[in-house]
Design a protein around this ligand. Sequence first.
Ligand SMILES: Cc1cc2nc3c(=O)[nH]c(=O)nc-3n(C[C@H](O)[C@H](O)[C@H](O)COP(=O)(O)OP(=O)(O)OC[C@H]3O[C@@H](n4cnc5c(N)ncnc54)[C@H](O)[C@@H]3O)c2cc1C
Length: 419
Amino acid sequence: MKNYSIWSLFRNAFSGHCNWPQALPDVAPQDQYDAVIVGGGGHGLAAAYYLAKNHGVTNIAVLEKSWLGGGNVARNTTIVRSNYFHEARGRLTEQALKLWENLSRELNFNVMFSPRGIINLAHSTAQLDDYARLGNAMTVRGVNAELLTVGQIKQLVPCLDTRPEARFPITGGLMQRRAGTARHDAVAWGYGRAAALRGVDIVQNCEVTGIVRQGGKVIGIDTTRGRIRTPKVGICVAGASSRVSEMAEIRLPLENHLLQACVTEPVKPILNTIVTHGLFNFYISQTDKGELVMGGDIDGYNRYSTFGELPPLEAAIRACLSLFPSFSRLRLMRTWGGVVDMSMDGSPILSKTSLDGFYINAGWCYGGFKATPAVGQVLAQMMATDETPELAAPFVLDRFHSGHIIAEEGKGPKPWLYH
Ligand SMILES: Cc1cc2nc3c(=O)[nH]c(=O)nc-3n(C[C@H](O)[C@H](O)[C@H](O)COP(=O)(O)OP(=O)(O)OC[C@H]3O[C@@H](n4cnc5c(N)ncnc54)[C@H](O)[C@@H]3O)c2cc1C
């Protein structure tokens, strides 16, 4: 595998771009590794990359049961932001945002990070006060936030219905300008390729079926392609977190729900920022191809299937049309879903466990894509040193026993509401 450069682009142009080498080698698993990461989504591949790059641990493998980018990393709506009230989440996502800003260069792969800003709309003065508090909390941490008037919002998003007689009148909003979007599947390919270049084995079509333990320690894993000896296993399996942890006899406080999204037909540029509804869980942005991509709330029943129900999509579209009545003339082209791992306080679990050598990264609910680079760094550090990095300390699994839960002041995802 070679680095991409202007010269390689130039050279390959002469052969009609038919001779590019394979971007990622097809590797068979070895019998033994110093560490194994289960799950070839964004989080797992980023962790492998930083293990190799920051800690020099290269005798490692990422095991993916299907293909790279087949999970939520390529099913999400690509929003990247760090506008959290809670300090722990704010710090982790801000660390990620700083990494996003230079990620294409770092990976030598265009992840198409587009810092187009996010506006959270407010629909009452009380809500605007709340956003002012959120903006202050961000500013105190050194993260830029701007409270916008209705006039300023109208300038930024002319197609938004800002009339006082609108269905949900807008009273203002909070903007994080550095927030944006990134090309989700390119993130998996970029991290995968960069990790493979550093010697990491990326093994596709290899499902982990068991965790082998001895005296309170991990000593290996069973897979559909045989047993692998390893003293360290990190799991980054999103919607399969409970199932894989159960193989290590660890129960997680998670529920699985389907989260759906949809896109319209492509149109000319009309929406330059990401917009979220203040009253419903609804968000929308425009892709580089011109489609309007939007999503809403999780489906009502716990499930592992990606076959979704209509009501959550209908609710998202109703919320969309209440803000952008003119979008009613667009055709909806595609819908899809991904199984998300909803934790009981709405915050992730990034933690060592009672089983030596078994590390968990799970519970990212609707929002793990934005954290991908930071999760990779933090999990890599945890696995390399067997210590809990400062950024991960609030997210330990034990918080559910000790009661130190991280609720985003009533704003986090609440899976229990949907029982
Ligand atoms: C519709 C939707 C919209 C979203 N929008 C956003 C957003 O705008 N912003 C945001 O920040 N987040 C968003 N998210 C959440 C985000 O996508 C996830 O939190 C994040 O992608 C999870 O991390 P991951 O990329 O590693 O997961 P995945 O890509 O799901 O990776 C996990 C991998 O583990 C593999 N696996 C599972 N079990 C095994 C096993 N036994 N053995 C081997 N491999 C296994 C799976 O095949 C999968 O490839 C959204 C999610 C969905 C579904």
